[in-house]
Design a protein around this ligand. Structure first.
Ligand code: T3D
Length: 258
């Protein structure tokens, strides 16, 4: 397994992960899938980490599957199960907030990796392309679930069926991503945002993310029950007690994430 295809470091309470095959716009091959899934599992198990910052090396964020070499053409179902599914599921299931700093083009499953993150901050120069149709494939890696929910059916159809490129600013206007900033300030702004998230009540953020994950599949009644269950957990947390104490004492809360 190539350790270098996905770089991982801890910077204080933030995990920094960089997709690192810039010569192929960080498209994924098998060793890269294995490393990515391993890194995300390591982050999930480390309770000292309170945010994940994900970005790409070089001029692209991720061009999806490496279609130049690797997977033989044809029966992709099993390949999806063991590669892209754990990749996007790992991000959605992480109980800490994930900030994706999209430094350049995000294409095919690479776009859906970005959209599986909680907050997408993209360089104005970046774009999102559901490129699957250009090579005769259907969108995967959760794109048919995530994109219509983010932008509505008409715009999703435009992206998913036409494979049209959507520039970062348009993605913000459509509500598909959180913010766009000039490339020169992407790293500083996205990192500052991850730092802000890492100082928030991490437990409650993770529980909120779980509720967002079930928002479109649960009935209203099921979602009410799920909220009550999570609120019981949040209500017992140190951060809740600190938040209420700080409010009463008219000071800023110091959340520890538990
Ligand atoms: O296959 C399965 O297992 C099924 C699962 C599929 C999941 C998917 O993700 S399918 C979609 C796969 N991705 C694509 O189809 C995107 C292909 N790439 C592009 O369309 C373009 O590269 C971009 C629009 C993303 C960027 O265009 P541009 O002009 O900025 O860059 P470029 O010149 O096309 O690419 C730069 C280099 O990266 C180039 O290599 P070279 O010529 O400099 O040696 C190019 O071949 C390489 N590259 C880009 N994308 C991929 C790639 N190499 C391998 N796989 C890629 N996906």
């Amino acid at each position: 397994m190539s350790q270098d295809s996905v770089l991982f470091e801890r910077r204080g309470q933030i995990a920094r992960v960089t997709l690192n095959r810039p010569e192929v716009l960080n498209s994924f091959n098998r060793p890269m899938f294995e490393r990515f899934v391993e890194v995300v599992a390591e982050i999930a198990a480390d309770r000292s980490l309170r945010a994940l910052y994900l970005t790409g090396a070089g001029r692209g964020f991720c061009a999806g599957q490496d279609i130049a070499g690797g997977v033989p053409l044809g029966d992709y179902g099993a390949h999806m199960e063991e590669s892209w599914h754990p990749t996007v599921r790992g991000l959605r299931n992480l109980d800490i907030p994930v900030v994706c700093a999209v430094n350049g083009v995000a294409a095919g499953a690479g776009a859906n990796v970005a959209l599986a993150c909680d907050f997408v901050i993209a360089a104005e120069e970046a774009s999102f392309i559901q490129a699957f149709i250009n090579i005769g494939l259907v969108p995967d890696s959760g794109g048919t679930s995530i994109v219509p929910r983010l932008v509505g059916t008409a715009r999703a159809t435009q992206m998913l069926m036409l494979g049209e490129k959507v520039a970062a600013r348009q993605a913000v206007d459509w509500g598909m991503i959180y913010r766009s900033v000039p490339l020169a300030s992407l790293e500083a702004e996205a990192w500052a945002f991850a730092t802000r998230l890492a100082a928030m009540p991490t437990l409650a953020l993770g529980l909120t993310k779980q509720l967002i994950n079930t928002a479109f599949t649960n009935t209203f009644a099921q979602q009410l029950s799920a909220e009550a269950e999570r609120q019981t957990i949040a209500g017992r947390s140190q951060d809740h007690h600190e938040g209420v104490a700080a409010f009463r004492e008219k000071r800023k809360p110091a959340f520890e994430g538990k």
